[in-house]
Write a protein that binds this ligand. Structure first.
Ligand SMILES: *Cc1c(COP(=O)(O)O)cnc(C)c1O
Length: 397
């Protein structure tokens, strides 16, 4: 069967809620994926950073298969022998006291919103149902109705209201605007340390420190959504580490599942996560033994293969080479670690299509930005090969 057959099937039976590049992937290994016609591509998106460890990593695969053979699912009605060790290892790696495991990123964001509100009522003593959370223009935190309700992207909201109240949006990277928006009812500031879907947008230097200090001064939780930026993507464990700030809560997902399975979590300390009582929150699949075993292996690969340092080093190299391209189409090359955005003067889609035809998979974000975020296991030679494809495509008229 060729690609067109699968494209037609998906177009016929799937809701058209995505506009994918027309490449039908059949298998993958490391940074490479193969389509149904046998063509090979360098994956420069890594499933939005869910495949930081590379496709089909053998150690994560072995852990997944072994756990599937033992027991993949128990529900949280009973205990299992994977969740405790997983959360211990996660907390030891990240320096938090507790974690709450979920499945997708959006669920973990919802969990953080509930935790922040609960903290607001129980600890900060905000009056019932008055809690406010400050978010940023251009944010992306997922697709649930509560989350899209505080998106500034018109299409994400259109036709999906009414929305959950209690969210206030301020310009991204503007510490003065953040401080001005804080009221006695503010319980949290929820932000991405680099806006991924927003187009790999970095806040001004010093913003994270300034925002953190403001939140501490006003007794507001500083809550980082590191679902895309966390676990090594930007060349540090967390993107907040670039400014040495420790959030009160960190939300992670994507790479926590090692490219195999959805695993997300909220990290915090006893004063926040300790407030949950049985029945307050839950998920049938959250903390399941398969997900926990996969995440343990995914974290171990991150550490054992020093993927965070690789991201820092190879990201600098890749970004430097991209910055040296002298193309009239390029407006700016920016990023941290292997999280790089090339902003063009013109729509990026046809450049992504031209790269696909040359064996490289990238996806435009925010129309004019090409995001380069390959699995962190990429080699310098593979980046050199990628550059030999990117240069001619970006130089062409
Ligand atoms: C991907 C992403 C989410 C949502 O994660 P899902 O697993 O798709 O629900 C939330 N926040 C950020 C910053 C993301 O990149």
């Amino acid at each position: 069967m060729n690609s067109q057959y699968y494209i037609d099937l998906a177009n016929k039976y799937s809701a058209h809620n995505y506009h994918p590049l027309d490449v039908v992937i059949e298998r993958g290994k490391g940074v490479w994926v193969y389509d149904v016609d046998g063509k090979k591509y360098l994956d420069c998106l890594a499933a939005y950073s869910a495949v930081n460890q590379g496709h089909g990593h053998p150690a994560i695969m072995a852990a997944a298969v072994a756990q599937m053979e033992r027991i993949p699912l128990t529900s949280r009605a009973f205990r299992n022998d994977q969740m405790g060790p997983f959360l211990q290892e996660l907390c030891e790696l990240t320096g938090y006291e507790m974690a709450l495991p979920m499945n997708t990123g959006a669920e973990a964001v919802e969990t953080a919103v509930k935790a922040a509100r609960k903290w607001g009522y129980k600890v900060k003593k905000v009056a019932r149902d008055q809690a406010e959370i400050i978010v940023c223009d251009g944010n992306f935190h997922g697709r649930t109705t509560t989350i899209v309700g505080f998106s500034s992207e018109a299409q994400y909201r259109e036709d999906f209201g009414p929305f959950t109240p209690g969210f206030i949006s301020v310009p991204y990277g503007d510490a003065a605007a953040l401080e001005a928006a804080i009221t006695p009812n503010t319980v949290a500031f929820l932000f991405e340390p680099i806006q991924g879907e927003g187009g790999v947008v970095l806040p001004p230097d010093g913003f994270l420190q300034a925002a953190h200090a403001i939140c501490q001064r006003h007794n507001v939780l500083f809550v980082a959504d590191e679902i895309q930026t966390g676990l090594g993507r930007t060349g540090k464990l967390f993107a907040c580490d670039h400014e040495g700030v420790r959030p009160d809560m960190v939300i992670i997902g994507k790479a926590l599942g090692g490219g195999f399975y959805p695993v997300s979590a909220v990290l915090s300390d006893q004063p926040v996560l300790g407030l949950f009582r049985p029945g307050d929150h839950g998920s049938t699949f959250g903390g399941n033994p398969l997900g926990a075993a996969v995440a343990r292996a995914a974290l171990k690969v991150l550490v054992d293969e020093e993927l965070i340092g690789r991201s820092a080093e190879l990201g600098e190299y890749f970004k430097g080479r991209l910055q040296r391209i002298e193309s009239p189409h390029i407006k700016e090359v920016r990023g941290r670690g292997l999280f790089i955005g090339v902003e063009l003067q013109v729509p990026a889609r046809h450049f992504c299509e031209a790269l696909r035809d040359r064996g490289m998979l990238c996806k435009e974000t925010h129309e004019k930005v090409i995001r380069f975020a390959p699995p962190l296991v990429i080699t310098k030679e593979e980046i050199d090969w990628a550059m030999s494809q990117i240069e001619p495509v970006l130089m062409a008229a």
